[in-house]
Design a binder for this molecule. Structure first.
Ligand code: UN1
Length: 504
């Protein structure tokens, strides 16, 4: 990570109790451009448990006032936040591509998702519906309202640097909670942009706090006695550790974790359409999406044709720096990720003995010299038992698995540890509806790839992908609120005749 201008690199800070502050550790880490590691985007505080303690104390201090602020008023600030994000979209997009690597169009989509989430969820400030229901006794009223849970710890990954923090932050706030966000260590600038926009929108001090760093502040946030809820997106391993820690203190925990998403391509499908969908489902964001199409399950009758067309298109994908408008596939996030992905390519070749149809190499020469680039890779002749067909790779690698009947294909889709997203390409409405019913995933697409979820529908998965919660939509409110049932007995001053009722 040589950098001649190290001293001129901009320093950024944590945001605690309305102040931009250094870490109490006095340590810093570099935010590096994965397309060119000589480019240091910024230097961020390498925080520790003391910083988390300060942030949680600020969130605790601000909690009562924020909870008592009427929800439509909280929402007004969030609408202002949406405006600020919209005005800064281009700058945030550029900065995101520089720190994360995804191409500008996708980074723009990521910022847009945060904007959409903000406007949509802020609307809940005037809804946050509860319900009324009859009570068992005469002259008694029963209703149920949502109340905030308290202090929320949010831990976010690198792959959607602004969208995913917004999916957690905005609903937490509209519901009346105060928040400590631990940003993804590879993409701290996008989180910081979001939090800075909160400050500019006038969200009171202490309501939103940002702590940068690695696993130490993350663990401290999870273990802190005053955090009531942890919302985490990231790897299944880390998620499990967090869930275990939360269980000890009866904390609410919401987990969004891995995926091994599949597209079924039936023999009656429009093959060109399916190839196009698979291309972007598998290689968009360099395959670094929980929703990536990492398995293509293709009917034997069209298997050869599909593979030929796909491989031809994959070979043409332009890999490069996401800041270059011509680039279609950017780098992967860091060296560790590159090694892991390359390790899986080796497993596919040497252990699984699948056919490497294209790609498979690191790109290390010329313009690729200082970045984490991997050729878009397709394995064919893959069986559903192979490791590359079962384990999450989280990179630009997909595998094509043949099948003969729809039931066989559905079994293959469902026979993995994860259940986030699935898709089927077919012209047959009966097969489409049958698949929609049988595919055990949280999201399912027909004639479209496994990516592209929208913010007003619930997002999340079954089995190893999550723990039963859903983000986005109105369903996210069930994470960030607890129900309170209210019974009002108004018989006290009434005459006996007024409360006369049939006795059963
Ligand atoms: C993720 O990869 O964690 O549906 C989120 C999609 C995006 C979100 C993906 N809107 O692909």
């Amino acid at each position: 990570m040589a950098n001649a201008n190290k001293t001129s690199v901009k320093k950024y800070h944590n945001y605690i109790n309305g102040e931009w502050v250094k870490s109490s550790s006095g340590e810093w880490f570099d935010n590096v451009n994965p397309a060119d590691t000589t480019d240091i985007v910024g230097r961020f505080p390498a925080s520790n448990g003391d910083d988390i303690n300060a942030a949680v104390a600020a969130a605790k201090n601000a909690a009562t006032r924020w909870r008592r602020t009427p929800a439509p008023k909280r929402a007004e600030l969030l609408f202002t936040l949406g405006e600020i994000l919209r005005k800064n979209k281009d700058e945030f997009t550029q900065q995101m591509t520089r720190e994360m690597g995804k191409v500008l169009k996708e980074a723009g989509g990521d910022v847009q998702e945060a904007i959409d989430c903000t406007y949509y969820t802020a609307g809940e400030g005037r809804r946050l519906h509860g319900f009324t229901t009859p009570a068992e006794m005469p002259n008694k009223f029963a209703m149920c309202v949502r109340q905030p849970v308290g202090i929320c710890g949010l831990i976010t990954p690198f792959n959607f640097p602004m969208a995913i923090p917004s999916w957690k932050l905005i609903p937490a706030l509209v519901c009346g909670n105060t928040v400590v966000l631990k940003s993804g260590e590879d993409v701290p600038l996008s989180s910081l942009n979001l939090i800075k926009a909160c400050e500019q929108a006038g969200i009171p001090k202490g309501v939103v706090n940002l702590v940068n760093g690695f696993s130490e502040p993350g663990a401290a946030l999870v273990d802190h006695k005053d955090t009531r809820l942890i919302s985490f997106t990231g790897s299944t391993n880390t998620g499990r550790i967090i869930a275990e820690a939360c269980a000890r203190d009866n904390k609410i925990v919401s987990l969004e974790m891995g995926g091994k998403n599949a597209i079924i391509v039936m023999d009656d499908a429009d093959v060109d359409n399916a190839v196009e969908g698979s291309l972007w489902g598998a290689f968009g964001t360099s395959g670094q999406r929980c929703t990536a199409s990492s398995r293509l399950i293709v009917h034997k009758k069209i298997y050869k044709k599909f593979c030929e067309k796909l491989v031809e298109k994959v070979k043409q994908l332009r890999v490069g720096n996401g800041l270059d408008a011509k680039t279609e596939v950017g780098p992967v996030i860091n060296e560790r990720a590159m090694d892991k992905i390359h390790g899986y390519i080796e497993i596919g070749k040497n252990h699984d003995k699948a056919t490497l149809a294209c790609g498979g190499n690191r790109l290390t020469k010329g313009a690729y010299k200082n970045g984490y680039f991997i050729e878009p890779t397709v394995f064919t002749n893959v069986s559903s038992k192979m490791r590359i067909a079962r384990e999450e790779i989280f990179g630009p690698v997909t595998c094509v698995i043949p099948f003969s009947t729809l039931d066989e294909a559905i079994n293959i889709v469902n026979d993995v540890a994860y259940g986030l997203s699935s898709a089927i390409y077919t012209q047959d409405v009966n097969q489409a509806f049958y698949a929609m019913q049988e595919l055990y995933t949280g999201i399912c697409y027909v004639n479209s790839a496994t990516i592209g979820a929208e913010v007003h529908l619930p997002f999340g998965g079954t089995k190893g992908t999550g723990n039963g919660h859903r983000e986005a939509g109105t369903q996210v409110l069930d994470i960030f609120t607890e129900w309170k049932s209210l019974y009002i007995d108004y018989s006290g001053k009434l005459q006996k005749a007024q409360i006369d009722a049939v006795e059963i």
